[in-house]
Design a protein around this ligand. Structure first.
Ligand code: CS2
Length: 482
C-alpha cells in the first residue's frame, strides 16, 4: 500500500499553545531543529511558543501540512534504528506572496516575541564577500518600493517592525538560524540598511530597541524525498505528506540577547546560551560545512550520490581526515573546553551514518553563496600563515569543475545556484583551462582580492582544475593523499 492510502496524520487533543513565534522560510531543517527545541522547552517549563510558519515563495509546505493540522513526524535516524517524534508546535502555515498583509499582521501581533529565520545564504540579499545589502536585488527593490507587498524576509521584518512601532508595541527578537558567520550581525546590518532607505526614525528605533542574537545551528537534515514519505508511512501507519528525516546529533548555541530577555527556556533543553557565539560558529562552519561542500563537489564528480557513500570510499575518508587535521583545525581557536580533533572525529561518524541519505547534489547547491564562509576565508588565512592548503584548493577547483555543468562521464549537471548561468558562461566562453579558472576567480562576490592576487594560489588552483578535468576527482584525491 502507498503511504498516501493510509489515514492522514492528525493533531492530538492536547491544548494548542498561543503563538509566540513567527518563522520565515519553513523548510525541513527548521522543523527538525529549532521547532523541536521550542516544543521541548515548552513541554518542560511552559510558555506560549506556538509557531506560525511562513513560506516566502511557494505553497508546497502549506499544502502538505494544513490537511494534517500542521503536525508532522520527525524521524531520528541512527544506524541502528529510528525514533519517531510527533511534533505539534506549528499552528498555521502562511504563504507570503498570496497575502503579504496577513503575514505582516501576524508578525506584528502582540503575542509574538520572536521571529526566526531559515532563508538560506541567498535569502539575506547581501553580497557574501562584504556583508552589504544588495540594493539592486529585485526583492530588495520591491521591499523598498511597495510597502504593502514585501518580497524578502528582510522586507517582512522591516514592515512588521514598522507596524509594531506605530502600534506602540515592543519589537520582536530576530533570531536567524542560517549558516552564516556572525549571522546576527549580518541580519541586523541588512535590516538596518533597508530601514535607513525607508525611514531613518524607524531605523534608529530598530537599532536601539531591536535584538538580533547570533546563533550556531547544527543538525544534518537532508531534504525529504518521496521514499522518505513511504518509509514514514510504514513506520507510523499514517500518511504524513511532509515528514522530516534527521540525524540524532543536534547542537544549538545562541547568544543570550533577546528583547526584554523574553525567550523560551532553551537552557532547560540543552541549548547553549553564551555571550559570544563566534568560536562555535567558526568551528562548525569550517569543520562541518567546509568539508560538507568539499565532499559534495569532489564526491559528486567522483560518482558518489550521498555523503555516507562518499566517506565509505577509503580514498575520500583519508582525504577528509587529513583536511581536518592539517588545514582546518590548525587555523581555529576552539570554543572553551572543546577538543577540535574530537569534534572532527565525531563529525566523521556523523557523515558515515548510512540511514541519512544526504545527496552530494543537494549540498552542492548555491556554492557561490557558501564558498566564502565555508572554504575561502580559511584558505586565505592558512596561506597567509604559511600553511600548505592543497586540500581546500582542490575543493575550490572541484567547485569550478562542477559549475561548468558537465560531469566526468560527460553528462549534464543540474547546477542550482543564483549565479549558475553566469558561471557556466564564464567557463564556456574560454577554451584554455587557465582562462576558465581566471574567469571564475574574477567573480568578486565570491573570491576576495587576497586570494585572486595570490599568484601561488592561482597557479595551484589552475593545476588542480586541469587535473580534475584530465584525471578525475578520485585520482586527484589519491595523488593528494600520497
Ligand atoms: C549542508 C548543511 O546543505 C548544506 O549545505 O552543509 O545543510 C548542513 O547539513 C547543516 O549545516 C548541518 O548542521
Amino acid at each position: 500500500m502507498n503511504a498516501s492510502q493510509l489515514p492522514r496524520l492528525s493533531r492530538s487533543d492536547a491544548a494548542k499553545p498561543e503563538v509566540g513565534i513567527v518563522h520565515l522560510g519553513l523548510g525541513a531543517f527548521y522543523r527538525a531543529h529549532a521547532a523541536i527545541y521550542f516544543a521541548e522547552a515548552m513541554k518542560k517549563t511552559g510558555g506560549n511558543w506556538g509557531i506560525i510558519g511562513v513560506s516566502l515563495k511557494r505553497p508546497n509546505q502549506r499544502d502538505s501540512l494544513k490537511p494534517q493540522d500542521c503536525v508532522y513526524t520527525a524521524l531520528e535516524l541512527a544506524p541502528k534504528g529510528e525514533i519517531v517524534h510527533h511534533v505539534e508546535i506549528v499552528q498555521d502555515v502562511l504563504v507570503a506572496p498570496e497575502n503579504p498583509q496577513v503575514v505582516i499582521e501576524a508578525m506584528a501581533n502582540e503575542s509574538v516575541k520572536i521571529v526566526t529565520l531559515t532563508v538560506t545564504e541567498k535569502g539575506y540579499c547581501h553580497e557574501p564577500s562584504t556583508g552589504r545589502l544588495n540594493v539592486e536585488h529585485p526583492d530588495v527593490k520591491q521591499d523598498i518600493g511597495d510597502a504593502a507587498n514585501p518580497a524578502s524576509a528582510l522586507g517582512f521584518i522591516l514592515r512588521a517592525l514598522e507596524l509594531r512601532r506605530n502600534n506602540g508595541l515592543r519589537p520582536f527578537t530576530v533570531l536567524t538560524c542560517d549558516n552564516l558567520p556572525e549571522n546576527g550581525r549580518v541580519v541586523k546590518g541588512v535590516v538596518l540598511e533597508l530601514a535607513n532607505v525607508v525611514d531613518v526614525d524607524l531605523a534608529s528605533w530598530i537599532e536601539k530597541e531591536g535584538r538580533f542574537p547570533a546563533t550556531m545551528v547544527d543538525r544534518i537534515v537532508p531534504a525529504t524525498k518521496p521514499e522518505d514519505i513511504e518509509k514514514c508511512g510504514q513506520i507510523i501507519g499514517k500518511y504524513d505528506a511532509s515528514p522530516v528525516m534527521m540525524e540524532p546529533f543536534r547542537q544549538w548555541v545562541v547568544e543570550d540577547n533577546f528583547v526584554d530577555d523574553v525567550r523560551p527556556d532553551l537552557g532547560a533543553v540543552g541549548v547553549e546560551l553564551v555571550e559570544n557565539v563566534t568560536p562555535y560558529e567558526d568551528m562548525k562552519l569550517r569543520c562541518l560545512n567546509g568539508t560538507h561542500s568539499t565532499l559534495a563537489y569532489l564526491g559528486y564528480l567522483g560518482g558518489h550520490e550521498t555523503i555516507s557513500d562518499t566517506v565509505a570510499d577509503p580514498v575520500y575518508a583519508k582525504f577528509v581526515k587529513s583536511l581536518w587535521t592539517n588545514e582546518i583545525i590548525a587555523g581555529l581557536t576552539p570554543p572553551k573546553g572543546v577538543s577540535l580533533q574530537d569534534y572532527a572525529d565525531a563529525l566523521f561518524e556523523r557523515y558515515q551514518n548510512p540511514a541519512i541519505r544526504h545527496l552530494t547534489w543537494q549540498i552542492a547547491m548555491d556554492g557561490s553563496q557558501k564558498l566564502p564562509q565555508r572554504i575561502l576565508t580559511q584558505l586565505g588565512e592558512g596561506l597567509k600563515a604559511g600553511r600548505k592548503m592543497s586540500g581546500l584548493t582542490l575543493a575550490v577547483a572541484a567547485w569550478m569543475r562542477y559549475v561548468g555543468g558537465v560531469d566526468e562521464k560527460g553528462e549534464v549537471i543540474d547546477v542550482k545556484d543564483p549565479l549558475a548561468d553566469r558561471l557556466k558562461e564564464l567557463v564556456d566562453v574560454q577554451s584554455k583551462y587557465a582562462d576558465k579558472v581566471s574567469a571564475l576567480l574574477s567573480v568578486s562576490e565570491v573570491f576576495p582580492a587576497e586570494l585572486t592576487g595570490n599568484a601561488e594560489f592561482v597557479s595551484a588552483v589552475t593545476a588542480a582544475y586541469e587535473g580534475l578535468v584530465s584525471k578525475g576527482a578520485r585520482s586527484m584525491i589519491e595523488a593528494h593523499n600520497a
